[in-house]
Design a protein around this ligand. Structure first.
Ligand SMILES: Nc1ncnc2c1ncn2[C@@H]1O[C@H](COP(=O)(O)OP(=O)(O)O)[C@@H](O)[C@H]1O
Ligand SMILES: C=C(OP(=O)(O)O)C(=O)O
Ligand SMILES: [K+]
Ligand SMILES: [Mg+2]
Length: 576
């Protein structure tokens, strides 16, 4: 059947104000899907020339069928925005807001209420807790502190819980914060339980099959190369190793072993991606209502699908997003399937760099970022951005270049690990991410490096196709018309993410009625999430303008492209 899309563009300029809302000829997505042959898409261009009368006339009582709805939008407290974002909008204007989102791993250096608040002020969009470390009680307290901060101070910091995964790692070093391994020293790696007192030069290993799987002559690599050992003897559950590359051993450091120059992978195949401990942590995350669950060492799409249906069954009304960590050879081999099944991905360069040659990590990073963008999934680049700042107050030039590269690739988010979890300068590290992001984004816009990435269609229905095309067109219009912002009302966040995917030159103000959607949008590139109280926000654009204007976040004459998914429209207007 042939399908027609009639495109009618009506332009009303100031001086001839015509009440134009709601659009009589606009139809909903579901109506379109049922009756695609009779579609008419209305694109309204309203250049008001700053004449408030245009908007006043549109705000006439006749435009609102219910008085209750009207009074709801009149409530000036009915718009919530991040305190840090509001300050940024007021200070620098919204053209200069940061588009790249920032994630901080919370650890002993940052778990106090004041430290968490300092990070929120410094631009932390997502707080990550790593279930590899600390107790559930410790993590619960951190989650509650972040929640309290959101409630009391108006932030929308999302929480990401990262599972431990079935990696092989060392034990706790008997409470020591680090231990030095010297060149030539003989160390015992053992799966035995030693109780509290660990014999000298002994390391506990968490994986029962360790002694069986390694062979004499294997190379044992700690944390992707921070320390290296050679296996010299196996005695029951103990494996004797000689240190060949001295260095500091840190608690629970990751272990990989190599034979004839290749990573030994068999042991991985035996281990489930989600261990029994991970399932308990996932139950904990669901009970605490975290926003994202990141799954370590994902090997296939199946495990993600399994987890997603588990979450759905356990918490019907929850909208926890599942992030696939790409950090193994298997995950690279199944990349597209894994990302399609997930709600987002993380380039977990720490472990990835221990599994593939280091020189391949940058091209894999670029590839993963691109695949995510094409499939419209948020992507996080993680690990070692500012590693030297664990100890020093300024980054190396090379670290700044690495941050710049991820910003230039337009990844959705950058993540701090040890820098914020246990480093000496967590706030300074966050400041570096923030200032470098802002500078590189600005430079990229000024240099007009408009992104040439061809975005494939990803819609699975006709209605979805329309949303997608509206977003693509709106982003293109915003660039050509040099709009100051795109406005979008979004229920589930989907339309906002479609706009973010286009990486337009201007920021995207995303209005939602749901607190959890607002937090989730905080992970996505270029989105400034607001919570509004009215769920019929499409027809309340003018009210939104006055609320934002009253709080100094937009000003008279700003050029706004307003996208409506329900009305299937794109409006161009100046803030009256
Ligand atoms: N909850 C925590 N409790 C104690 N230390 C932590 C915690 N979270 C992170 N850390 C410390 O920060 C370091 C970096 O964090 P991260 O990169 O998330 O972990 P890992 O290095 O194990 O992959 C960890 O090695 C650990 O020393
Ligand atoms: C982010 C990563 O995972 P984790 O810190 O949990 O090892 C990584 O390996 O880079
Ligand atoms: K982890
Ligand atoms: Mg990892």
């Amino acid at each position: 059947m042939a399908q027609f899309l009639n495109l009618s563009i009506s332009v009303s300029v100031s001086g001839s104000p015509k009440p134009s809302l709601p659009f009589p000829n606009a139809v909903s997505g579901s109506a379109l899907a049922k009756n695609p042959g009779k579609t008419s898409l209305c694109i309204k261009a309203i250049a008001s020339n700053h004449d408030p009368s245009v908007l006043t006339s549109k705000l006439g009582a006749g435009d609102f069928s219910s008085a209750g709805r009207f009074s709801a939008v009149l409530d000036s407290s009915s718009i919530e925005v991040d305190a840090a974002t509001e300050a940024e909008l007021k200070e620098n204007g919204f053209r200069s807001t940061r588009r790249t989102k920032l994630i901080c791993t919370i650890g002993p250096a940052t778990c106090g209420p004041e430290q968490l608040e300092a990070l929120a002020v410094g631009g932390m969009n997502v707080a990550r807790i790593n279930m590899c470390h600390g107790t559930r009680e410790w993590h619960r307290e951190v989650i509650h502190r972040v929640r309290r901060l959101n409630e009391e101070k108006g932030y929308a910091v999302a929480i990401m819980m990262d599972t431990e995964g079935s990696e092989i790692h060392m034990g706790d070093l008997g409470g020591a914060s680090s231990v030095k391994a010297e060149d030539g020293q003989i160390w015992t790696f053992s799966v035995r339980a030693f109780g509290s007192a660990l014999p000298e030069h002994t390391i506990n290993v968490n994986y029962g099959g360790f002694a069986e799987d390694v062979e004499v002559g294997d190379e044992l690599v700690v944390d992707g190369g921070m320390v290296r050992f050679e296996v010299i003897e196996k005695i029951g559950p103990d494996v004797k190793c000689r240190c060949t590359d001295p260095g500091l051993l840190l608690p629970r450091a990751n272990l990989t072993f190599w034979r004839d120059g290749s990573l030994v992978q068999e042991r991985n195949a035996m281990l489930p991606t989600i261990s029994s401990k991970d399932w308990l942590d996932i139950d904990f995350g669901i009970a605490e209502g975290v926003d994202f669950i990141a799954i370590s060492f994902v090997k296939s799409a199946e495990v993600i699908k399994h987890l997603k249906s588990y979450i759905k069954a356990r918490a019907r009304d929850s909208d926890i997003s599942v992030i696939a960590k790409i950090e193994s050879i298997d995950s690279l081999n199944n990349l597209e399937h894994i990302i399609k099944a997930s709600d987002g991905a993380m380039v977990a360069r720490g472990d990835l760099g221990a599994q593939i040659p280091l020189e391949q990590v940058p091209s894999q990073q670029q590839k993963i970022v691109e695949v995510c963008r094409k499939l419209n999934k948020p992507v996080i680049v993680a690990s070692q951005f500012l590693e030297s700042m664990i100890e020093y107050p300024t980054p190396t030039r090379a670290e700044v270049a690495d941050v710049s590269e991820a910003v230039r690739q337009q990844a959705d988010a950058l993540m701090l690990s040890g820098e914020s979890a246990m480093g000496q300068f967590p706030e300074k590290a966050l400041t570096v991410l923030r200032t470098v992001s802002l500078r590189i984004e600005k430079w990229w816009r000024e240099e007009k490096h408009r992104d040439a990435m061809q975005l494939p269609g990803i819609a699975s229905s006709f209605a979805d196709s329309i949303s997608e095309e509206i977003c693509n067109s709106a982003a293109k219009m915003a660039n050509i018309l040099k709009a100051d912002a795109i406005f979008v009302y979004t229920k589930t966040g989907h339309v906002a993410s479609l706009l973010s995917r286009c990486r337009p030159d201007c920021p995207i103000f995303a209005f939602t009625t749901t607190t959890s959607v607002r937090r989730r949008l905080n992970l996505q590139w270029g989105l400034i999430p607001f919570r509004v109280s009215s769920d019929d926000s499409d027809s309340n654009l003018n009210k939104t303008f006055s609320l934002l204007k009253a709080r100094g976040m937009i000003k008279l004459g700003d050029l706004v492209i307003a996208v409506s998914d329900t009305l299937q429209s794109i409006q161009v207007m100046n803030v009256p």
